[in-house]
Design a protein around this ligand. Structure first.
Ligand code: SF4
Length: 629
C-alpha cells in the first residue's frame, strides 16, 4: 500500500448566501499517494476549485465554511487546526498553482524577491541561501538565464515564463501536495507540454502528490493515475484513469467525453449536455444530474444514487448500475435520448475562392525618444498568402504572438495592412477608401474569444445587435431591425425575450451565442472566429462548435478559424495554415497537415498535443437501461 499523502473524507464545503445554503462541495472523498497524480474533472461550477481551496484552507470566511468531513494530510486532520497552523501547512506542505499567474504574483516585487520570501518564511534559510536555492529552482523549471530573471518584475515576463515562476515558487518548499488548478489552460500547446513534463519530473524527483484540476481530458488521460469526475458538488465517478477512459460508467462522464472535439468526430455533431449545472442552492434531492441526464428514470430526481464500486476500483453514482433500483417500478425511463450523434457534414465548394490573400504584410512602427522617431518595425504579419473557399473553414494556427490575430484583423480591414492584396469576392480591398468599405464590412464579421469584453455592459442585447444592423443595413426600418434581432437570437438557440437583458445576465456560452448572433445579423458571408471557443468549458464548446457548423451549412458561410487548439482544428477545419513569426510555414488540407506534416514547426506543434486513443473514442456509449437486472 503506497504512502497516502492526502485523504479527503466526506468533505462538505458550504457557503451562506442570500438565497440559502450553497452546497458547493457536498460529501466528496478521494486520496492521493506519494508521487501520484489525481485528476479532478467536470464543468465549471461543479465544485472542483472549491475542493482545492478547501484542501489548501483558503475558503473565504465567514460565508464559506467546512460543514463536515476530514482533510487528512500525512495522517493528521487539518480541518480543526488553528489559523497559524494552517498558514504553516500552506507553503510547507501544500502549494497551489493557479490558472492565471498574474493574479498570484505581486506586480510590485521582482520574481526573485517573491521566491526568496517564500523560501525564507517556510524553510528558515538566510537571505543568501534562499537566493541560491531560488536560482537553482528557476533553473529546474527551465527558465532561461535564471540569475537574470531573478531581478525581473512579473509583467516583463511572458505568460509561459510567469507560469514557470509560479511553479518554481510552488515547488520551492518541496510540498507534499501540489494543487495545479488549470495550470496550462491559457498556454500554448508547446509550453503546456513543457510545463506538464516539468511537473512530472519534479514529482518523480521529490515524490510530490499532485491534484490536477483541468478540463483538458486528453491531458488527464496521459498524466493521471486516478480520475474523479465531479458533478454539482458530488463525485459522479471515481476510477483509475485507464479504466475510466476505457469504460466510462456514469452518463455524465460519457457525455463529457463525447463532447471533446477531434478528428474521429469530423462530419458529426459533437455530443452536448442539455441545460447547465444548476446553482448550488437548488440541487435536486436525488441524483444531481437528473434534469440533464439522457437516461433519467422516474425515481432519479428523488432518490440519491450512492457512489458504489461497480467494478474493482471503479466507482459510479448512478442507479443504472444498481440491480436493486432497476428492479423497482421507479426505474421506468423518463427519457431515453438516442445514442448516435447526428451527421453534421457541411458540403463546401472546393473550387470557388471567396477570399484570397497575397503577400500580406502588417508592420507596426517602433518609436523611441522624445520626438518619437521610428527606429524600426515589428513585422507582425510578414508576407502571408491564404485562400478561403466558399462555405469552408480555413484554420490559422500557431502560438501566441505569431501574428494570427493581426492577420485576421488585417483581412477584414479592422487594421489597414502595410502592403499586399486582399481579394474578396473579386474585389481588391487594400486600396479601397475607408468610406467605400461599408458594403464589404457587413459581409465580413469577427467573433472574439472573450464575448464579455466585446459586449458593451451598458447596452441591452437588442441594442448591441441592432447597433451593427443600423450602421450596415440602412434599408431596414425599426420593425425590420427588431425582426432581425429576434431572428438571429432564435437562430443561435436563445429566445426573443432575452433581447431586453444585459450581458452580465448571461453565462459564458450564452454570451458567445450573442457574439455569433451579432455577427449573423448583418448577413455576412465570411466570419473570422478569433479563439472563439477557447475560453469555454468542453461541454459548452461542443454546443458552440455545433452551432457554428450548422450556420455554416445553412448559410454557406466561410470561416477563418484562428486558434491554438489543434483538437478543435482537426474537428472543424477543411484546410489549415500554420503560422510562425509572422509567416505561413505550411498550408494544406486538414488531413494532409495532421497525417503528414512536413515543416519541423508543424511537427513540433502536433507532437505536443495530448491525445486520446481513437479506439477509445468510438467505444464511448451511454449505459443501457436494463430493467430488473
Ligand atoms: Fe442520475 Fe438517473 Fe441519470 Fe443515473 S440514470 S445519472 S441516477 S439521473
Amino acid at each position: 500500500m503506497p504512502d497516502i499523502v492526502i485523504e479527503i473524507k466526506g468533505l462538505k464545503t458550504w457557503f451562506k448566501t442570500p438565497k440559502g445554503v450553497s452546497k458547493a462541495v457536498d460529501g466528496v472523498s478521494f486520496s492521493i499517494p506519494k508521487g501520484g497524480t489525481f485528476a479532478l474533472v467536470g464543468e465549471s461550477g461543479c465544485g472542483k476549485s472549491v475542493t482545492a481551496l478547501s484542501i489548501i484552507q483558503l475558503i473565504p470566511e465567514p460565508a464559506g465554511y467546512i460543514a463536515g468531513g476530514n482533510i487528512i494530510l500525512n495522517n493528521r486532520d487539518i480541518v480543526p487546526l488553528s489559523e497559524r497552523e494552517k498558514r504553516d501547512i500552506r507553503g510547507n506542505n501544500i502549494s497551489m498553482i493557479f490558472q492565471e499567474p498574474m493574479t498570484s504574483l505581486n506586480p510590485v516585487f521582482t520574481v526573485g524577491d517573491q521566491i526568496v520570501e517564500t523560501i525564507m518564511l517556510h524553510q528558515g534559510k538566510s537571505g543568501a541561501e534562499a537566493k541560491a536555492a531560488a536560482i537553482e529552482m528557476f533553473e529546474k523549471v527551465g527558465l532561461p538565464d535564471p540569475a537574470g530573471i531573478f531581478y525581473e518584475y512579473p509583467h516583463r515576463l511572458s505568460g509561459g515564463m510567469r507560469q514557470r515562476v509560479m511553479i518554481a515558487i510552488a515547488l520551492a518548499c518541496r510540498p507534499d501536495l501540489l494543487i495545479a488548478d488549470e495550470p496550462t489552460t491559457a498556454l500554448d500547446v508547446t509550453i503546456q507540454d513543457q510545463i506538464i513534463k516539468l511537473i512530472k519530473e519534479l514529482q518523480a524527483e521529490m515524490g510530490t502528490a499532485v491534484l490536477l484540476i483541468t478540463h483538458n481530458l486528453a491531458l488527464v488521460y496521459q498524466n493521471a493515475e486516478t480520475v474523479g469526475v465531479m458533478y454539482a458538488g458530488k463525485m459522479a465517478e471515481l476510477a483509475p484513469a485507464k479504466a475510466l477512459f476505457r469504460d466510462p460508467m456514469h452518463p455524465y462522464t460519457v457525455k463529457l467525453l463525447r463532447s471533446i472535439p477531434g478528428q474521429e468526430k469530423r462530419g458529426k455533431a459533437l455530443d452536448t449536455i442539455r441545460g447547465t449545472v444548476p446553482p448550488a442552492t437548488s440541487y435536486p434531492a436525488g441524483c444531481h444530474f437528473s434534469g440533464r441526464c439522457p437516461r433519467e428514470m422516474e425515481g432519479c430526481a428523488a432518490i440519491e444514487p450512492p457512489l458504489a464500486e461497480r467494478a474493482p476500483g471503479h466507482f459510479a453514482a448512478c442507479h443504472l448500475h444498481d440491480p436493486e433500483f432497476m428492479a423497482k417500478p421507479w426505474s421506468k425511463p423518463l427519457r431515453h435520448e438516442p445514442d448516435a450523434m447526428p451527421p453534421l457534414s457541411v458540403p463546401h465548394d472546393k473550387r470557388e475562392r471567396l477570399l484570397e490573400v497575397k503577400n500580406l504584410k502588417t508592420h507596426y512602427p517602433v518609436r523611441k525618444g522624445l520626438l518619437k522617431r521610428v527606429v524600426g518595425h515589428v513585422k507582425a504579419v510578414d508576407g502571408i498568402d491564404l485562400v478561403v473557399r466558399k462555405g469552408s473553414t480555413l484554420a490559422l494556427v500557431g502560438e501566441s504572438g505569431c501574428g494570427k490575430t493581426t492577420a485576421g484583423k488585417s483581412i477584414i480591414q479592422l487594421i489597414r495592412p502595410t502592403s499586399g492584396e486582399i481579394v474578396f469576392k473579386g474585389r481588391e480591398l487594400t486600396r479601397v477608401k475607408e468610406s467605400e468599405l461599408k458594403p464589404v464590412r457587413s459581409l465580413m464579421q469577427i467573433i472574439f474569444q472573450d464575448p464579455y469584453s466585446s459586449l458593451n455592459p451598458r447596452l441591452t442585447i437588442k441594442d448591441t445587435i441592432e447597433e451593427g444592423v443600423r450602421a450596415l443595413k440602412t434599408g431596414l426600418d425599426k420593425k425590420g431591425r427588431l425582426d432581425k434581432v429576434t431572428e438571429v437570437l432564435e437562430r443561435v438557440g436563445l429566445t426573443a425575450d432575452m433581447m431586453w437583458r444585459y450581458p452580465h445576465e448571461f453565462s459564458g456560452g450564452q454570451r458567445q451565442r450573442i457574439g455569433i448572433a451579432r455577427a449573423l445579423a448583418v448577413d455576412p458571408e465570411f466570419i473570422v472566429c478569433d479563439e472563439a471557443v477557447s475560453a469555454l468549458d468542453v461541454s459548452v464548446q461542443a454546443q458552440i462548435l455545433n452551432l457554428l457548423k450548422s450556420i455554416q451549412r445553412d448559410f454557406g458561410l466561410s470561416f477563418l478559424f484562428i486558434t491554438h487548439d489543434l483538437a478543435v482544428v482537426e474537428y472543424i477545419a477543411d484546410e489549415v495554415a500554420v503560422m510562425y513569426a509572422g509567416k505561413i510555414v505550411e498550408r494544406g488540407t486538414t488531413e494532409e497537415i495532421f497525417s503528414n506534416p512536413r515543416h519541423d514547426y508543424t511537427k513540433k506543434l502536433l507532437s505536443a498535443i495530448p491525445r486520446l486513443d481513437p479506439g477509445l473514442v468510438s467505444a464511448w456509449k451511454l449505459p443501457d437501461h436494463k430493467p430488473g437486472r
